[in-house]
Design a protein around this ligand. Structure first.
Ligand SMILES: Nc1ncnc2c1ncn2[C@@H]1O[C@H](COP(=O)(O)OP(=O)(O)OP(=O)(O)O)[C@@H](O)[C@H]1O
Ligand SMILES: [Mg+2]
Length: 331
C-alpha cells in the first residue's frame, strides 16, 4: 500500500561535520546545516566553492557520517536507517560511475542487474530510460564516445534505474556547453513531473533560478538564506534602478551622484560601466536620479527599472562582490 505522502522528502537539522577541527576553529565542512525540502519539489543548494554542498549531499546520501545534528531522507534517519535511505534514493555525482568501454545500453542494463532487477526487467527499464533521456540512438555507442551532455544524461538515467523517491544531483551541468545544459535541465524537469523530489547543488544562479522551486544559499557550511527565487529577489530590495554609462570616467562621477541618493547598497560593475541600486519608490527614484544627472552634465547611455537578478542576491548575501565583478558577472 502507498505510504501517506510526507510534507518533506529531505530534512536536516543543525547538521555539523568538522574536517580538520582545531582548538579555535570548527574547521570547514558543515556548521549547522538546516534544510527542509518539500516532497515533489526541486530544491537548489547554492553556494560558492567550499561552501559545503558536496558534504551535505554525501551526508544525506549516507556516504559520510554526520558529527552532530540529525537528518532524514524519505522519512528515514540517515544515521540509523542508512539502508532504508539508500534503497529510496538516487545519486548523480560529478564523478559518474559509468564504464567508458560499454555502450550506454550495456551500462544501464548493468546498473539494473546490480540493483537486483531480472535481466528482463533491467532491459525494459533501460529502454524506458534511453527513451526518457533522448539516448535511444546513442544507446549502442560506447560511452567513451559520448559528448559531455550525453554523458551527464546517461549518468542521470543510471541514477534512476530503480525510480528513486529522492534524487540528489551534485552540480549537474558544470563544464557543459549551453545546449547540453538545457538538455540536462529538461531531463531534471521531467523527473519532477514524474513525482521525484530533486535536490541539486549548483554554482550557477541561472540554473537555480530556472529549475528550483526553493533555494538555500549556503556559505561556510550554513544556510544564510532560504526561499523561492522570487522571495529571495524581493528580500534583496525589490526593484532596481540600473544606469549604464558611456565610459569608466562617467561611472566614477555617476557613482558619486547615485551614492548620495541611494546610500551604500549600490553595485558598480566596472566592466559593463553599469551601476545598480535598489529602489522602493520606482518612479520617484527614477525622476530623482535623472534630475541629478541633468544637473551634473552626465549623459547616461541607459536608465532602466527592473527586478533584481539572482546574481545580485547571491553577491549580496555571500559577500562575493569583488570576485564576481572581477570575473565580469554583470548584474
Ligand atoms: N574529506 C575532507 N577532508 C577535509 N576537508 C574536507 C573534506 N571534504 C571537504 N572538505 C572541506 O569542507 C569544505 C566544504 O567542501 P565541499 O566539497 O562540501 O564544498 P562544495 O560546496 O561542494 O564546493 P565545490 O563548489 O567546490 O564543489 C571545504 O572547505 C573542503 O575543503
Ligand atoms: Mg562540490
Amino acid at each position: 500500500m502507498e505510504k501517506k505522502q510526507r510534507p518533506y522528502a529531505i530534512q536536516a537539522y543543525d547538521v555539523k561535520k568538522h574536517f580538520g577541527k582545531t582548538e579555535k576553529n570548527d574547521g570547514p565542512g558543515l556548521n549547522g546545516l538546516t534544510l527542509e525540502v518539500p516532497t515533489g519539489s526541486i530544491f537548489g543548494l547554492l553556494g560558492p566553492n567550499g561552501a559545503g554542498k558536496t558534504t551535505a549531499v554525501k551526508i544525506l546520501t549516507t556516504l559520510l557520517k554526520l558529527d552532530e545534528g540529525s537528518a532524514f531522507v524519505a522519512g528515514y534517519d540517515v544515521s540509523k536507517e542508512g539502508h532504508c535511505v539508500r534503497s529510496r534514493i538516487g545519486l548523480a555525482g560529478q564523478y559518474a560511475a559509468v564504464d567508458e568501454q560499454l555502450t550506454g545500453r550495456q551500462n544501464l542494463e548493468m546498473f539494473g542487474r546490480l540493483n537486483r532487477l531480472t535481466l528482463k526487467q533491467a532491459r525494459r527499464r533501460c529502454e524506458q530510460l534511453l527513451e526518457q533521456f533522448d539516448l535511444v540512438q546513442a544507446g549502442g555507442k560506447p560511452v567513451g564516445k559520448y559528448s559531455g551532455g550525453m554523458r551527464r544524461r546517461l549518468d542521470l538515467a543510471a541514477s534512476l534505474i530503480v525510480s528513486p523517491e529522492v534524487l540528489f544531483v551534485d552540480e549537474p551541468t558544470t563544464g557543459l556547453d549551453p545546449l547540453a545544459r538545457q538538455e540536462v535541465w529538461q531531463a531534471i524537469r521531467s523527473l519532477k513531473k514524474a513525482g521525484t523530489t530533486v535536490l541539486l547543488t549548483t554554482q550557477y544562479l541561472e540554473e537555480a533560478d530556472l529549475l528550483a522551486d526553493r533555494i538555500s544559499i549556503l556559505k561556510e557550511g550554513r544556510v544564510i538564506r532560504e526561499g523561492t527565487p522570487e522571495t529571495l529577489k524581493s528580500e534583496f530590495g525589490g526593484d532596481r534602478l540600473e544606469i549604464t554609462l558611456l565610459s569608466s570616467e562617467d561611472v566614477a562621477v555617476a557613482a558619486g551622484v547615485v551614492r548620495e541618493l541611494a546610500g551604500s547598497s549600490m553595485i558598480v560593475d566596472e566592466q559593463e560601466n553599469r551601476i545598480s541600486v535598489p529602489v522602493s519608490d520606482r518612479t520617484g527614484s527614477l525622476i530623482k536620479v535623472a534630475s541629478a544627472f541633468a544637473g551634473s552634465g552626465l549623459e547616461p547611455k541607459d536608465i532602466v527599472l527592473r527586478r533584481p537578478t539572482l546574481d545580485e542576491v547571491f553577491i549580496h548575501f555571500t559577500g562575493e562582490t569583488d570576485r564576481k565583478q572581477k570575473e565580469g558577472v554583470s548584474p
